[in-house]
Design a protein around this ligand. Structure first.
Ligand SMILES: *Cc1c(COP(=O)(O)O)cnc(C)c1O
Length: 448
């Protein structure tokens, strides 16, 4: 293995493999698996160093909403750059963070009127967990210390967020470091037995939660869920009824509801917030990924006036004394504001109804493909599972499919045997059709 690379001789890929430790990667697999150096991006397309074009079907890890190098977002960031690039948010404030907070709060009809900022999704989850626990401490409910999470849920990989995550490949190596949590049945609609509906599965999962809360609510601070789609958990989708039932149970048993909308928020589900499908509001709502249009690291946790007021006190230690160096970064907030402006000016949610229909049309072949099960869609996410008897090597399927996707000019990154697309909200009908047929070609090359 080469340890030192020569910047004059070696390719960018070789130098990267020598010096950069890549995320979510067993680095040794790059001996046979390509690493791609991207030179530029425009719209939904990425271009490698050789000028090959790749259609970004997964929005660069679910972050990019309006394309790469979007003129409007570029302009907002460069405009902000001329004013103030960053200032600490303790003791200071600035227009972008105020305007963004007001706009987001308005999107919840002021139900979640207080916004706390961080830089990455996992940190926003940590904030929700800490605020919930601290709220109960401040209210004389010292025993409320534990969290409930869903089987197959994902909330990030810092130790607090990982504790409420139930995805084995991320969790197993660190299990001994994590706090105990209650992990309950997922409402994953794929669990429906014959004659059962997604609603039946959701009701059953909610009953399980009810049984737990009945017994343990005095020890439970909050339940955390990914509304409607467990994205990292193979895009498992479920009925909005579940959210409504969980909201009722949380009210009945005095437990907070944390809606982690880091992946499903910002229009991905078909509404701006996925919780809107169930007509409920959580006590905490986290956003990241798409909020800055995939431009800059930004995350946030929104909460209610009731929770905010519990921390408002003459005593310093009753405050929420949590911070990140880049909390509320003005450039990231300017990018986020530009995204919210695009949502309004271009009627994005309305047009996404048509885009979601395009998506369904582009993958109509998958509905009747006998090699595929659980074809499913929620707004701008479409997924299906490949039946195991058609997969040569289960542990290599996702990587082979990725590689065959590259040959077809599409960036896809299956999760286990689940193939999904989650494109930016800018594809033309023709690009969407091209995506559907390229994914099909890649699948045909990969399967036996
Ligand atoms: C990606 C994700 C996170 C973690 O966000 P990071 O920015 O990667 O830390 C948390 N929750 C959900 C639902 C996610 O999809």
């Amino acid at each position: 293995m080469k340890v030192i690379s020569d910047p004059n001789q070696d390719s960018l890929v070789d130098r990267s493999l020598a010096a950069v430790w890549h995320p979510c990667t067993q680095m040794k697999q790059h001996e046979s698996f390509p690493l791609i150096a991207i030179a530029k991006g425009k719209g939904a397309w990425l271009y490698d160093e050789q000028g090959n074009a790749l259609l970004d079907c997964i929005s660069s890890w679910w972050t990019n909403l309006f394309g790469h190098s979007n003129p409007r977002i570029n302009k907002a960031i460069t405009g902000q750059l001329e004013k103030i690039e960053h200032v600490m948010l303790a003791g200071f404030t600035h227009a972008p963070v105020v305007e963004l907070s007001e706009k987001l709060s308005a999107l919840t009809n002021e139900n979640l009127g207080h916004v706390f900022y961080a830089s990455d999704g996992a940190s926003a989850v940590e904030i929700a967990l800490k605020m919930s626990y601290h709220f109960w401490q401040l209210n004389g409910k010292e025993k409320k210390k534990r969290f409930v999470c869903l089987e197959n849920g994902y909330h990030g990989e810092t130790l607090g967020a990982l504790a409420v995550t139930d995805v084995a490949i991320f969790r197993d190596a660190y299990g001994a470091l994590l706090q105990d949590v209650y992990t309950i049945d997922s409402p994953d609609a794929r669990k429906a037995k014959s004659g059962q509906s997604a609603e039946d599965v959701a009701k059953y999962a909610a009953e399980k939660l009810q049984q737990l809360l009945e017994k343990e609510h005095e020890h439970i601070a909050a339940i955390i869920v990914e509304p409607l789609v467990q994205c990292a958990g193979q895009m498992a989708m479920y009925s909005p009824i579940y959210l409504r039932l969980v909201r009722e149970l949380c009210d009945r048993y005095q437990v907070h509801l944390i809606a982690d909308e880091i992946a499903v928020g910002c229009g991905r589900s078909g509404k701006f917030f996925a919780c809107e499908h169930a007509e409920i509001w959580p006590d905490f709502l986290t956003l990241s990924k798409g909020i800055s249009g995939g431009y800059l690291p930004l995350s946030l946790c929104m909460t209610t006036d009731k929770i905010y007021r519990a921390f408002y006190s003459d005593q310093t230690r009753h405050g929420f004394l949590h911070s990140h160096s880049y909390t509320g970064n003005p450039l990231a907030c300017a990018a986020a504001l530009a995204c919210l402006e695009i949502f309004e000016a271009e009627k994005v949610l309305e047009k996404n109804l048509i885009r979601a229909q395009d998506l369904e049309n582009a993958f109509s072949w998958a509905k009747s493909d006998s090699r595929i099960s659980y074809y499913r869609q929620q707004g701008m996410i479409l997924a299906f599972d490949v039946n195991s008897e058609h997969i040569k090597n289960p542990s290599a399927f996702a990587r082979e499919m990725f590689s065959n996707g590259l040959r077809e000019g599409v960036l896809i990154r299956p999760i286990g045997s689940t193939v999904y697309v989650m494109p930016p909200y800018i594809l033309s009908t023709q690009e969407t059709m091209q995506m559907g047929s390229s994914v099909r070609n890649a699948l045909n090359k990969t399967l036996i």
